[in-house]
Design a protein around this ligand. Structure first.
Ligand code: PDD
Length: 286
């Protein structure tokens, strides 16, 4: 089936969809995005994703191109038109197209909006979760505003490529003081010997993950202790369990860091429970 892509008000066949060569997203990464999980044809945590999208735009002073409600409609319509049951929907908004010049263009330029939806093989993802993933630590060479979800993803691309070359599925980025910031495209968590979950506090160094936030709700509901504090690579090596959170993987067990097994080298019990209960804590919309 031909995939349909939303571009600036039109739903176009995948092969015909495109944006201007002088789009500022292309030339300067002057662009933000969101990725939402699609589960049984429903959007997961639409409200939180659109809140973060509006914040990202605000931080870059890109005007909201349409209301949150209208953007939500684009997300859901793109999912429907592509008949995605299990997968992802991706929405990107750039400042727009203008002759290449660093400062913001003067005058009215329309932001570029692109939305596409993609199926994910649920069985494959479940198999990956059952086995758990390996991560590789890499220096965090990103900029000082990782809280904004921009498409400036080259450090993440390079870190993931290095991880893949080592047989790992994610990179954990390490700041100049030896603390883990987050995954290249996920938030990082460990479980200590007492069963307390630890994840880095939000701030400029990490993306405030929607999955992370919804997991807090689940933890509070189930009275599972957690703390937001930075943790070092050495502490992660000796963690009882580890996992990552993201829209694309929800709660994904980590079983090895830099080749060292975490816990008994299999997905942790608490992690597996959080993965299976995660959808109890989210908002669904269609
Ligand atoms: N990545 N940290 C980074 C750097 C991310 O890129 C992501 C998401 C997360 C997790 O955020 P959320 O729970 O809202 O998905 C944390 C998306 C999935 C991606 O780039 O594909």
């Amino acid at each position: 089936m031909t995939r349909v892509v939303y571009v600036n008000g039109q739903y176009l066949p995948y092969g015909q969809a495109g944006v201007h060569v002088e789009d500022r997203g292309f030339q300067f990464a002057d662009s933000i995005y969101e990725v939402c999980e699609v589960d049984q044809g429903r959007l997961v945590d639409e409200t939180r994703h659109l809140e973060r999208l509006e914040r990202s735009l605000g931080e870059l002073r890109i005007p909201m191109p349409m209301s949150r409600r209208a953007l939500g409609h684009v997300l859901r319509e793109t999912v429907k038109r592509n008949r995605v049951q299990t997968g992802l929907v991706y929405l990107q908004i750039s400042r727009g197209a203008a002759p290449r010049d660093f400062p913001f263009p003067t005058g009215d330029i329309a932001p570029t909006i692109v939305c596409l939806a993609r199926r994910v093989d649920g069985a494959k993802r479940a198999a990956r979760a059952a086995a758990g993933i390996a991560v590789k630590t890499m220096p965090d060479i990103r900029w000082g505003r990782c809280d904004i979800k921009t498409v400036m993803l080259l450090p993440a691309v390079l870190a993931k490529e290095a991880a893949a070359a080592d047989g790992a599925q994610e990179a954990w980025l390490v700041d100049s003081e030896g603390f883990i910031t987050e995954g290249a495209s996920s938030n990082a968590w460990i479980v200590d010997a007492s069963g307390t979950l630890i994840t880095r506090p939000t701030g400029n160094a990490i993306l405030p993950g929607v999955t992370r936030r919804s997991l807090f709700d689940l933890l509070m509901g189930e009275k599972i202790p957690f703390t937001e504090r930075p943790f070092r690579v050495e502490e992660a090596f000796s963690a009882r369990e580890a996992f990552i959170t993201s829209a694309s993987g929800t709660v994904m067990p980590v079983v090895a860091i830099d080749g060292r097994p975490i816990g008994n080298g299999h997905p942790g019990e608490l992690t597996r429970r959080l993965r299976s209960n995660f959808h109890q804590a989210v908002e669904f919309s269609r």
